[in-house]
Design a protein around this ligand. Sequence first.
Ligand code: SF4
Length: 472
Amino acid sequence: MSIHEECGVFGVFSPNQTDVAELVYYGLYALQHRGQEACGIVVNDDGLFYSHKDIGLVGDVFKGSRLKQFPKGNMAVGHVRYGTTGGSARCNCQPIEVNHQKGKMALAHNGNLSNAYELRNKLELTGAIFHTTSDTETIAYIITKERLAAPSIEEAISRSMDIIDGAYSLVLMSPAKMIACRDPYGFRPLCYGKMSDNTYVIASESCALAAVGAEFIRDLLPGEILVFSKNGIESRKEHCNKKPKKTCIFEYIYFARPDSKIDGVSVHKARKKSGHILAECHPVDADVVIGVPDSGLDSALGFSEKSGIPYGIGLIKNKYIGRTFISPGQATRIDQVKIKLSAVEETVSGKRVVLVDDSIVRGTTSGRIVKLLRDAGAKEIHMRVSAPPFLHPCYYGTDIDSEEHLIACKYSVEEITKMIGADSLGYLPKEKLGELIGSMDYCSACFDGEYPTQVMTNIPKNKFEQKISDAK
Ligand code: SF4
């Protein structure tokens, strides 16, 4: 498995001067699975902004006394990043900070704009200069431009939402306000909660609210703008119900943590349901069901529940390796799957094994896991995948790549079964995706090519980082 979510966002608005940076730190820790390349925090102390951001995990970037160097404040925003649009350069670390004519702004973004290239091009032709290669700066630029004529920052955001298109869950801070906003399709999750001292917390996932002891209030509606200020909370809904709701179904299958709820649906339950469906659609005689940690485990449990085949712990994941692990020397002689995963011989030896994973991208990892289990003595391996085959790239904030890198675009199920060395292979049928969340309001473009927005298929995701020799 080698798919990455782009980002996680977290914000705190407190009526009291408090250790807001510490709260964001713990919130980002809970969101670390959404991005492991870089992170950052910006604290607002009475209109003055203090920031620190860098490449690395939350615990490394804010280690030692780094967190203590932030002043107390009444607002803060934070971000964890995995770069898709814009690569992993230090300049792309978020939150992005801008000084504009009407003051300051800090912005944290999860998602990808589908019209970023077009917008940035237009802006550059009018003289705009960009300092990063990420589409978040385009959003910041448009908001500050709109702010020139708009009576308030929230009105500037609302006007910007008529211009930008695609996936964006934003947490934004002006000197006096904290603003959360979710795009009209609701591609990426965003929710908020409240702590006992009237501090409000905004997060990509509900698991991060729980981590800081905040009580979940609700998810933001697609298109909603939520403004936190000393006057209270204001919800603006002028962009709600303008577009069909299209929450990313892969959030439930893979990206989100199983203890989160998105739009009222438990991620754990959705994954278990995928296991039920796989057991019904692709039944098999077997002795044990195992899952590939972490996101295949809940689905494996569901498969076991439905089929009556006992659930077992068949693979152990090295807990100290992140999703983006690369060996220091990029050594190719060492099988990296073996560093990440090991088979439990007692569970699989001499057994007919159902192996549940969340997806097959290029097939290389799946093949190595199958081999790992064969080496541990598994007699048969029946692979079940809790997502349909990937057939199209994602333009909404993940790195699901172009067709040429997706194994299902080139080979049939029978061919893939052979290539990964399994005895059988069954995917979750795409017509069944709605059953995972009990609704048809989802995006499944990477499975069916039905993109909810216009997408520029001819623009590479790293367009702004090409070598001179590649540039046209
Ligand atoms: Fe999610 Fe796939 Fe849609 Fe991207 S294309 S938002 S990964 S469902």
